[in-house]
Design a protein around this ligand. Structure first.
Ligand code: ATP
Length: 238
């Protein structure tokens, strides 16, 4: 069973087409990069995957659950990190996590165990009692990723999670998220930065509202640096 299955997805804003017949599947425990230039449709796809928007045509299954017909079950298997940070900067890291865990109905020993686990997983346990305001951007982002994992989702979606960070913070976040797949978590990582994608990652290139390429990143790069291949395919006339 695929962790994410998308079929025949279309979306338009008035007369402006944003997604055209988008379809793909991502297997459990895979890291899948969704690479596309600005305006390709990445945010629109995320808004459909998280059910902020409802597609007029097409289907989305998350961990086997139809997002339209069984949205509760599907959304329960989804962890989401949006582009804009939504941490409460006046709360500590632990308080931010505790609050979110309560929203997911976690309490008592299970809540304490999940918080300890996600702090450890994102390597931020030593910052747990600090206010989010005191953290740098990279650590804040890792706190948000930890928060998205509290309810133990099978699928983690991240929308351009490294935008605005320096190279060291970007590398740390990228490494940590790749590492999550070792636990069987499936990751869909939207980016327009080809250097965040590894050769053995699954890669979907979105361009001009459509899936342009879908396969192993190393194969799509075809022996060139991926950035070079990406620019060649997305800057070609047409
Ligand atoms: N609210 C809106 N109204 C009209 N057109 C929109 C709206 N939101 C997005 N679009 C258009 O839909 C297309 C896809 O946009 P989308 O934001 O999904 O792309 P993206 O790949 O996420 O780009 P970016 O990296 O710039 O966020 C673009 O042409 C964009 O201009």
């Amino acid at each position: 069973m695929s962790a994410i299955r998308v079929e025949g997805l279309n979306y338009r804003y008035g007369a402006k087409q944003a997604l055209t017949d988008v379809g793909f599947e991502v297997g459990q425990g895979r890291f899948c990069a969704l690479l596309g230039p600005n305006g390709a449709g990445k945010s629109t796809l995320f808004n459909l995957l998280t059910r902020l928007f409802v597609p007029p045509a097409g289907q989305i299954h998350i961990a086997g659950h139809d997002l339209q017909r069984a949205s509760r079950a599907a959304l329960a298997q989804l962890g989401i990190v949006f582009q804009q940070s939504t941490l409460d900067l006046d709360l500590t890291v632990r308080q931010n996590l505790t609050y979110f865990a309560a929203l997911h109905g976690l309490s008592g020993k299970r809540r304490a165990l999940r918080i300890a686990y996600v702090l450890e997983r994102l390597d931020i346990a030593d910052r747990a009692e600090e206010k989010a305001r005191a953290l740098n951007g990279g650590h804040r982002r890792r706190t948000e990723i930890a928060r998205a994992l509290l309810h133990d989702p099978k699928v983690l979606l991240l929308d351009e999670p490294t935008v605005g960070f320096d190279a060291a913070a970007r590398a740390a976040i990228t490494d940590h998220v790749h590492d999550l797949t070792n636990d069987g978590t499936t990751v869909l990582w939207a980016t327009h930065l080809a250097d965040e994608v590894r050769p053995d990652d699954r890669l979907i290139v979105l361009h001009r509202t459509r899936v342009l390429r879908d396969g192993l990143a190393g194969e799509i790069a075809g022996g060139r640096p991926l950035q070079q291949a990406f620019l060649a395919m997305t800057q070609a006339p047409g």
